[in-house]
Design a protein around this ligand. Structure first.
Ligand code: ASP
Length: 348
């Protein structure tokens, strides 16, 4: 464990390294990327020794590429935060960028009554590269995790910090595989922008709760995503809807939540919902919201029992469904919560 102590201060941040590009170094001879020993983080980022707060770190062993993230790892992360919640003022999680939006969304639901910052960050270039974007990302994420106003955390939510911007985690998508600005939050404003100063968008940040942190670990993965496209085949739809054990499907629709109005299509959906399957409408568009009453092609879905995901991202929809299905709530309650924001993941 890396420990950087600054005895004058009583703010402490826990840095959790899960894996991803950020923690790689390049072998100078072969050019091959491999994870560096996290104990030597200060060799890569000596600046963190100058912070006016304490930093401790723990590292996954082995570290994982974020393509190998799964709900089991999300539970592990939630448990680490729970175990260390009283001892630390904030948490920074270094994570591969590929599935960061899924993990951040999942944790936003799993960490109930969160009143401390949990900031995800990573990088497009490894810390061991001269032009790395990782250094700034880690330094500013730590600063945001430690930031307080009137003794309280400024950002008591699960966020992603990347390339000078702080986003609400469950509003974020990975948008670009190459640019340093890899993430976007199209339907919700940035929570902060880092320039010469870090400017917080206070009105967009959720308020801290006085209740005790509780972690939720019973995620139910019986969910699927069905992206519709012109020419979609009834057999494909049936195969998805008839998946054994399936409880909910995210139907990725066109525009403001539209889908073919062909009888066979609506019949397939109606069949699925009447058997008890939950069908949630999420638009394929990056921005904007599902409004099923707007066009005839959307009204058919509404009549067939499809629920509106409004302006939620697919990443947040998947993890919200896993959370709700695992909660033990009645089907009626689950349906009600699907269409309502429970962690700021959709507009009211
Ligand atoms: N494949 C890497 C990962 O997601 C990419 C990254 O870290 O940005 O773990």
């Amino acid at each position: 464990m890396l420990k950087i102590k600054n005895m004058e201060q009583n703010t402490s941040i826990l840095l959790i390294y899960t894996g991803g590009t950020i923690g790689m170094v390049e072998d100078s001879e072969t050019g091959v990327l491999s994870p560096f020993d996290f104990k030597h983080l200060t060799k890569q980022i000596p600046e963190i020794k100058r912070f006016q707060f304490n930093i401790e770190s723990i590292s996954f062993k082995p570290v994982i590429d974020s393509s190998n993230m799964d709900p089991g790892v999300w539970v592990h992360l939630a448990e680490i935060i729970e175990e260390n919640y009283e001892s630390f003022d904030g948490f920074v999680i270094l994570h591969g960028s590929d599935t960061m939006a899924y993990t951040a969304s999942a944790l936003s639901f799993m960490l109930e009554n969160l009143s401390k910052p949990v900031i995800f960050t990573g990088s497009q270039l490894p810390l061991g590269k001269i032009r790395t974007d990782g250094k700034e990302n880690v330094i500013t994420a730590l600063e945001i995790a430690a930031a307080k106003k009137d003794g309280k955390a400024i950002v008591p939510e699960v966020c992603i910090y990347f390339e000078y911007k702080l986003y609400r985690g469950n509003r974020t998508i990975k948008y670009n595989a190459e640019h340093f600005e890899a993430f976007r939050s199209v339907n919700y404003p940035e929570l902060a922008k880092a320039g010469v100063k870090i400017n917080y968008n206070f009105s967009a940040i959720s308020k801290p709760t006085e209740q005790e942190l509780r972690i939720f670990t019973n995620l139910d993965t019986n969910v699927a995503v069905l992206k519709i496209f012109p020419g979609i085949n009834p057999n494909t739809m049936r195969a998805v809807f008839n998946t054994e054990g399936l409880k909910a499907v995210i139907l990725e629709t066109y525009g403001s939540g539209n889908a073919p109005s062909d009888k066979w299509f609506i019949d397939e959906i109606e069949n699925a919902t009447s058997k008890g399957l939950i069908v949630m409408n999420v638009t394929q568009c990056r921005g904007g919201s599902v409004q099923m009453g707007k066009y005839e092609t959307g009204i058919g879905l509404e009549k067939a029992g499809v629920l509106s995901g409004r302006d939620i991202t697919v990443e947040a929809a998947i993890t919200k469904l896993m959370y709700l299905l695992g909660s033990g709530y009645s089907t009626e309650k689950i349906k009600k919560y699907i269409e309502k924001p429970i962690r700021g993941e959709m507009s009211a």
